[in-house]
Design a protein around this ligand. Structure first.
Ligand code: ADP
Ligand code: MG
Length: 691
């Protein structure tokens, strides 16, 4: 303290002040310098291409831009567009990102660079959070999902002059749907410009996708002089060499291996920050905990500053990740694959790559969608290694063997659309009037099995007519709510049953990962705490009890701590609930509370989740249930308040499969409600319901 050079200081000013960051070359040459924001912008690799980019966008309907992570695509190109007048005359520029955290981080950086307050000229919108001002915001950072939703009210996205689809190489499910729809929009709105930005070279297949099918005698140029053939521009980065080190033997525990690798880097290597890639909040917190324990006991390691990075991280912690390490300290950022290409961290010289990430996998046969820890692709591994070479030559430590890399890791990842549940995607396309879903122009076709499964779910919810069209008002209401259609159906039913206030709380609680604090070594205490709120009806009513307690405590963090309730999750629940309430009002639902009549609450839940009904197997010693729909064997998850209670009839919110299939968020029901809620679905199975 006191010895820090003033120029390394972060001037942090909430009101849109300027954030001084080290210049891009700072670590390699001059140390941290007072580079003006303008100078910093000019040093970025894309700056040299500014004129070329603007020319291509002017003259081409679609421009594909490939450039190394950190070259300035996301933060600079939208600013160039504003400077060139694309936001004049009430028009807007959109830049999409697959990840919410990236949307927030990048928009706040751009607002700082432009010297404006975030939310004024530059803003962002993610699900349940809108930081923009009508008539003032001209540049909007959004998740691809948000832009898809905007199309429901404005199918041609007429407000926008340019849409930049960023991180296209990620091939998130929403990105793929968006690309397909934008291609359609272009035919109706030739003046719309698209920029597809990506960190890796798969520009050619992207260009093929956007290239109009050649008809004979069709001119290459439209009347207004705009070229329909996509332009491709590749921004040359200036990454430094990265030395790759493979593990000699496979590791059994990659968290432990990551921790030891970080410590040995710290002991042996010269200055420079470390970036560790793990898979999710759980293992990141575990690794951070192990490192911090070591730092406290081992003086040799006191120079390490450990910073986790994952989505859902509080604002203040995000800012620490982007700020330079205090003088004389070495920063260790432990991240999910968000730091692979979405965010650039300055000062990283060492990368530790676990070789894993959390990926979505969907099995249309069992209808289970899980986030599982799975090996990354070789393309991802290369990207991760690249993060070490931004400021000077770096090193990458892979926690897997070269043999594993070559024989177990695929060359490219599989697009998310081919490994996801498609219910939300199908209902959205239907709401946009796209009925021939199999014939839709996808960048990568989803599997027919998953498609059929999605249609089945929508039929079961009785929101498609016999021609598979979305026609009923309820169907459109469901499509308007940005949640899983089963949850949306539950919300709509609550309006008829007079318990919207309660159901909105439940829907919000279901949207966070868990409202409980769990972790190694506190299982017993947290189970006991849970009992204080546990309702005989199950997890949904338990959520209501916790929510009530949280409110009575005036949203106190001490209260949460005392009861093993996750404070951040509860704050999120309150926020999401607020947003859902607005949406409910917009689509004309009646907001009402049923006070303590839990029967109607349970009926509303059943109206959405009737398809997930299960019956306890008679004489089953270990609490085995069978689903009514497919006679699948399932068990109540240990995190449920009904674990070991095993009521005869239950419905669940979702299944996770590990050694067995476990039901998460479980509620007791009266089987007669099933027939009431979904006669079309259960009529055939009536005999089964009678005993
Ligand atoms: P790309 O999109 O090509 O990967 P970006 O435009 O995200 O590149 O990043 C360009 C530069 O801006 C990088 O040098 C990065 O360090 C800096 N930068 C981006 N976001 C932030 C942020 N939130 N805080 C500080 N610096 C940032
Ligand atoms: Mg980017």
């Amino acid at each position: 303290p006191g010895t820090e050079k003033p120029d390394a200081q972060v001037v942090d000013d909430e009101e849109g002040g300027v954030l001084f960051l080290p210049g891009s070359n700072s670590l390699s040459s001059s140390g941290y310098g007072y580079a003006s924001i303008e100078k910093q912008r000019q040093r970025l690799p894309v700056y040299k291409y500014r004129t070329a980019i603007l020319y291509l966008v002017e003259t081409h309907a679609t421009t594909i831009i490939v450039g190394e992570t950190g070259s300035g695509k996301t933060t600079q190109i939208p600013q160039y567009l504003i400077e060139a007048g694309w936001a004049a005359g009430g028009r807007l520029i959109a830049c999409t990102q697959p990840r919410r955290l990236a949307v927030q981080a990048v928009s706040s950086r751009v607002a700082q660079e432009m010297g404006v307050k975030l939310g004024d000229q530059v803003g962002y919108t993610i699900r349940f959070e809108d930081v923009t001002k009508q008539d003032e915001t001209v540049l909007k950072f959004v998740t691809d999902g948000v832009l898809l939703r905007e199309m429901m009210n404005d199918p041609l996205l007429t407000k926008y002059s340019v849409i930049m689809v960023d991180e296209a190489h990620e091939r998130s499910i929403s990105t793929d749907i968006l690309l397909g729809l934008l291609k359609k929009i272009q035919r109706r709105r030739p003046e719309l410009r698209l920029i597809i930005a990506s960190a890796t070279i798969e520009a050619k297949s992207m260009a093929d996708f956007f290239r109009p099918r050649k008809k004979r005698r069709e001119p290459e140029t439209e009347e207004n002089g705009l070229k329909v053939e996509p332009a491709i521009l590749s921004v040359e980065g200036r990454g430094f060499n990265v030395q790759i080190n493979f593990a000699e033997e496979p590791f059994h525990d990659y968290i432990q291996a990551a921790v030891s690798t970080v410590l040995s880097i710290h002991e042996r290597e010269s200055t420079g920050d470390v970036l560790v890639f793990l898979t999710g909040q759980d293992d990141i917190d575990a690794a951070a905990h192990l490192l911090n324990e070591d730092i406290q006991t081992n003086r040799k390691h006191s120079g390490l500053v450990v910073l986790p990075l994952y989505s859902g991280l509080p604002r203040a912690d995000q800012e620490l990740v982007f700020s330079p390490a205090p003088r004389g300290k070495r920063k260790v950022v432990i991240s999910t694959n968000i730091a692979e290409t979405s965010l650039t961290l300055e000062g990283i010289v060492y990368v530790v790559d676990s070789g894993f990430s959390k990926q979505r996998f969907y099995n249309p046969v069992s209808d289970i969608e899980n986030l599982v820890v799975a090996p990354i692709s070789r393309a991802s591994a290369r990207q991760r290694a690249g993060r070490a070479g931004r400021v000077r030559p770096g090193k990458c430590y892979r926690l897997y063997t070269e043999e594993y890399f070559l024989s177990h890791m695929s060359v490219e990842g599989i697009p998310e659309i081919q490994r996801s549940n498609l219910v939300s995607c199908v209902i959205q396309l239907k709401a946009l009037g796209i009925d021939n879903i199999l014939g839709f122009d996808w960048p990568a076709s989803p599997s027919p099995e998953a498609m059929i499964r999605a249609l089945e779910v929508l039929y079961s919810l009785a929101i498609l007519d016999d021609d598979a069209k979305l026609t009923s008002p309820t169907g459109f209401q469901i499509a308007e709510i940005p949640l899983d259609p089963m949850i949306s159906k539950m919300i709509i039913a609550s309006s008829q049953l007079g318990c919207t206030e309660e159901i909105l709380t439940i829907a919000a609680a279901l949207s966070v990962q868990s409202i409980w604090i769990s972790g190694r070594g506190i299982q017993k205490e947290s189970d006991e705490a849970k009992l204080r709120f546990a309702a005989a009806e199950g997890d949904h009513v338990t959520f209501l009890n916790v929510y009530k307690g949280f409110h009575l405590s005036r949203k106190s963090s001490q209260w949460c701590h005392k009861h093993f309730v996750n404070y951040h999750a509860m704050k999120k629940v309150v926020e999401v609930r607020e947003q859902l309430k607005k949406i409910a009002q917009r689509i004309g639902l009646v907001l009402k509370s049923c006070d303590s009549d839990m029967q109607v609450v349970k009926k509303a839940v059943t109206a959405g989740f009737f398809a997930n009904a299960c019956r306890l197997e008679p004489y089953s010693p270990d609490g085995m249930y069978k689903t009514l729909r497919g006679s699948e064997e399932v068990y109540i998850h240990p995190s449920s308040v009904l674990f070991r209670v095993n009521p005869k009839w239950v419905i669940f919110n979702s299944l996770v499969s590990t050694d067995r299939k476990y039901m998460r968020n479980v509620m007791t029901i009266d089987p007669s409600w099933l027939l009431e809620a979904a006669p079309h679905f259960y009529q055939l199975q009536k005999p089964n319901l009678l005993h």
